[in-house]
Design a protein around this ligand. Structure first.
Ligand code: 13P
Length: 256
């Protein structure tokens, strides 16, 4: 099965709205929509969604969010629902990023609820999984990712999982400049797909996208995403600079 590659930026907590609009103009100007083989998404802070919706839609860039709450509405001060995001034009939402797990005490149970809420809406979740350095060092990387997947996907139906993108983001590679080597990424993406096959079936596994995140730049993107098991990248720091992010999309799109 051919899965379209996805290059998604994760701006984290960066940029004012003025800077976000400037980014959009600079990213689009050299012709980002010439890269038809690759789907491009930018997951921005909530406050920029409205300002970016039109310019992104016109240029076939998908609008993404970095978090969502699982309830539909109610007394949940500070939270945002799937319905609100979909209404704002959001197509993709990151769920369970390691920074949210570590800094905001997101549990597997919350991540499972968020995934269910996303699948009950029009949003396509990008589920983040990944081991820390100690787990990698002790040979427990696959076991860790397997556990995260089982917990996140508990009672998620097969129709949902076919819309899922899993982002393998080893914690030791995030923001460190230390990109995982292509073989580590290929192995883990193949493992993730085999896990989905075990939990569901081969058809669901073949449809699930598995992308990589962790210090991706234009050079590493080409090497890592060059493999048929790896369906794209989730890009943090390098997605903040329009020319660098453009070159990542270009590098991935120019592969056979
Ligand atoms: P960096 O690309 O800055 O390492 O961040 C990766 C990440 O966390 C994307 O979600």
């Amino acid at each position: 099965m051919i899965r379209q590659k996805l290059i998604a930026g994760n701006w984290k907590m960066h940029k004012t709205t003025t800077q976000a609009i400037q980014f959009a103009n600079d990213f689009i100007a050299p012709g980002i929509n010439q890269f038809k083989k690759t789907e491009v998404c930018v997951c921005v802070p909530f406050v920029h969604l409205h300002a970016l919706e039109n310019i992104f839609t016109q240029n076939d860039i998908k609008l993404g969010a970095q978090n969502v709450y699982f309830e539909q509405e109610g007394a949940f001060t500070g939270e945002i629902s799937c319905g609100m995001l979909a209404d704002a034009g959001v197509k993709y939402v990151i769920v369970g990023h390691s920074e949210r797990r570590a800094l905001f005490a997101e549990t597997d149970d919350m991540i499972n609820k968020k995934l269910r809420a996303a699948f009950n809406s029009a949003l396509n979740p990008i589920l983040c999984v990944g081991e820390n350095l100690e787990q990698r060092g002790s040979g427990a990387a696959q076991e860790t990712v397997g556990r995260q997947l089982e917990a996140a996907l508990r009672d998620i139906g097969i129709t949902g999982v076919q819309r899922l993108t899993v982002a393998y983001e080893p914690i030791w590679a995030i923001g460190t400049g230390r990109t995982a080597i292509p073989n580590q990424v290929r192995e883990m993406c193949a493992f993730i797909r085999s896990k989905i096959e075990a939990l569901y079936d081969g058809r669901a596994a073949a449809k699930t996208r598995c992308i990589y995140g962790g210090s991706v730049n234009p050079v590493t993107a080409r090497d890592i995403v060059g493999n048929s098991d790896v369906d794209g990248a989730l890009v943090g720091g390098a997605s903040l600079k329009p020319d660098v992010f453009f070159n990542i999309v270009k590098a991935v799109n120019s592969q056979d």
